[in-house]
Ligand binder design. Sequence first.
Ligand SMILES: [Fe+2]
Length: 237
Amino acid sequence: MKLFKHAPKKVFHAPTNVSNMGQPYDPKYDVFSLFPCTLISVMRDTDSFDSTIEAEAFEEIIASGMNKNIGNSNSKDLDVLSNKKLKHLKEHCQEAIDAYISQILTPVEGELDFYITQSWLNITKPGECHHGHFHTNSILSGVYYIATVEDDSITFHDPNFKLKAMLKINPSEANIFNCNQSDFPVQNLQLLLFPSWMEHAVGINEKATTDRISISFNTFARGNFGCPEELNELILK
Ligand SMILES: [Fe+2]
């Protein structure tokens, strides 16, 4: 088995796109960003599903009860994507999971089968927030936005923050290289997928006048992890 412990040189040939660094940039320097935290985003095609049927499902889930979380609330139903009325949404999520796996994690074909474990609905009312957290016992996590609010975003935290904070420099201006958290804008029908170890949060949105509603889910995989030669083989059936 070929192990890609080192990325081939060609992987790092292209400089990071500097157009959105957040401040003026001297073009004589090429900037390379190594080992990114990879998030993917996909918008859902409104013609591909029946929004009325899905709205019924969301109402049913909310009516079946919500649990108070630290800053907001989540559904008592922890398997919402098994709702028959959300069949298309589950397929959409699974399609994105499979794309992330095949294009980014690139396991040997046929070795791993990723699936959704738990899924739940979140409601953040005006004045509420979603505390910082990450998702344990999960490989990729996703969030799908049903109802966003004005200037909506989710905040991701740099997992290497503690390493970088060993030297504290006061930045004159934030850019993608010196920040330790990033407010990622979100809108209705958007699906985000990210590694479950990435800490994230939703701050209080002072502009919010309506409920912010989303569906979150976790994933795991059946199949072969690792390899016998490295003494880290793990087979999950
Ligand atoms: Fe989360």
